[in-house]
Design a protein around this ligand. Structure first.
Ligand SMILES: C[C@H](O)[C@H](O)[C@@H](O)C(=O)CO
Ligand SMILES: [Mn+2]
Length: 417
């Protein structure tokens, strides 16, 4: 049977339930995923005076071929993008600035340091997102930045965040699609603090200063990312979920939920509907925590499907900005991007192919037997035939055949680094 025939058969099965597969495919095409550049070089960046990775995060593994220059990183991203269906975005950190060999302090970064990225994004029809980098720096050596007791250190990071928002604005203007500029800070304490409030007061004041700078939301949208713990901040994190939830609601900012930043049995899928009742938009860092915030490559697992289902069922495909955040150096990095991003898109397709209206009705009628039966039966509906057809239509390799491209790229490019 040809792929088209399998698709047509599968389509009939979904159409029995009123699911318009052609419309689903059109919808899927329109959803951009923000692909994080930092999977390609283990969050190294290209600063002239590069510091060791810090901030309580860690990348493990030493698979050969990591990108050493912006050109290599862009080439690797291009390779991954050629294996991923759809038009997407690339998410940068401030440490990916290109300063022509000149050491530029982070509070002095300017749009011109990202010109190459913008030209590249234009060439490939990509949107860009951005993040100030408040780690891997001597001024963050004690794990404190925007909540630091020393006002000079706070000032430095405040200015870095303001500079970053201006870079985001520049991206948005140049590329005709608003940039999401997300602030994540590592601040916290290893041991039980004697004062939880004061660092939070300082963080709030720093954020107020950062956002006082008027930047057009047409071009730059701000997000704040909370965390539960990190290496060295096991007992207390200043920017906790409650801290940023309150801050974002009061100040009209987006909350960014990283799926690795909650208690092990606490799930982001259960937060989406609640949070969307009170704010128009949300942002995600989809990751895969294995026992801790380990940032494993996103797998097509139950929680990923549930996140996608929540986005679809809440009619929120344009309200939830989906970004990825994982970094695995134990496998081919281009493959890591490809696997994780394809899985995110697959999960959205899976969610769009569920009889969501009917399931909702069953719940309201109290028909929980049928609700469970259908959810379970749909797990073995011929979803794969639709996914394969989608990949083919979008001009990217079908099933695992993309691995051949990655192997060839590894042989011809990565292994020679
Ligand atoms: C590099 C990222 O900004 C970082 O992973 C952050 O988003 C995070 O999730 C820290 O745990
Ligand atoms: Mn994150």
């Amino acid at each position: 049977m040809t792929m088209k025939e399998s698709f047509e058969l599968a389509k009939k099965q979904y159409e029995k339930w009123g699911i318009q597969v052609d419309n689903v495919i059109e919808t899927l095409k329109s959803v951009p995923i923000s692909i994080h550049c930092w999977q390609g070089d283990d969050i190294g960046g290209f600063e002239v005076n590069k510091s060791e990775l810090s901030g309580g995060i860690d990348v493990t593994g030493n698979y050969p071929g990591k990108a050493r220059t912006p050109e290599e990183l862009r080439n690797d991203l291009e390779k991954a993008l050629s294996l991923i269906p759809g038009k997407h975005r690339v998410n940068l950190h401030a440490i990916y600035a290109e300063t022509n060999g000149e050491a530029v302090e982070r509070d002095q970064l300017e749009p011109k340091h990202f010109e190459n990225w913008v030209n590249w994004a234009k060439e490939h029809g990509l949107g860009l997102d951005f993040n100030p980098t408040l780690f891997s720096h001597e001024k963050a050596a004690d794990g404190l930045t925007l909540s630091h007791p020393d006002p000079e250190i706070r000032e430095y990071w405040i200015n870095h965040c303001i500079a970053s928002r201006k870079i985001g604005e520049y991206f948005g203007k140049e590329l005709g699609t608003p940039t999401l500029t997300n602030i994540w800070i590592p601040d916290g304490y290893k041991d039980v603090p004697s004062d939880r409030l004061t660092p939070r007061v300082r963080l709030k004041e720093s954020l107020d200063r950062i956002f006082a700078e008027d930047i057009d939301e047409k071009y730059n949208v701000d997000a704040v990312e909370s965390k539960l713990f990190g290496i060295g901040s096991e007992s207390y994190v200043v920017g906790s979920h409650e801290f940023y939830l309150g801050y974002a609601l009061k100040n009209n900012k987006l909350c960014l939920l990283d799926t690795g930043h909650y208690h092990p049995t606490e799930v982001v899928s259960n937060k989406i509907s609640a949070m969307l009742l009170y704010s128009d938009k949300l942002a995600l860092h989809v990751s895969r925590p294995v026992r801790w915030d380990s940032d494993h490559v996103v797998a097509f697992d139950d929680e990923l499907k549930e996140i996608a289902l929540e986005i679809v069922r809440n009619n929120a495909l344009d309200k939830v900005m989906i970004g990825l955040d994982f970094f695995d150096a134990s496998i081919n990095r281009v493959a890591a991007w490809t696997i994780g991003t394809r899985n995110m898109i697959k999960a959205l397709l899976y969610a769009l192919l569920m009889p969501n209206d009917h399931l909702k009705k069953l719940q309201d009628e109290g028909n929980f037997t049928e609700r469970l039966a259908l959810i379970e039966e749909f797990k073995s509906y011929p979803f794969g035939a639709i996914w394969d057809y989608y990949c083919e239509q979008m001009g990217v390799p079908v099933q695992e055949s993309w691995l051949e491209d990655v192997k060839k790229y590894e042989e011809e490019v990565l292994a020679k680094r």
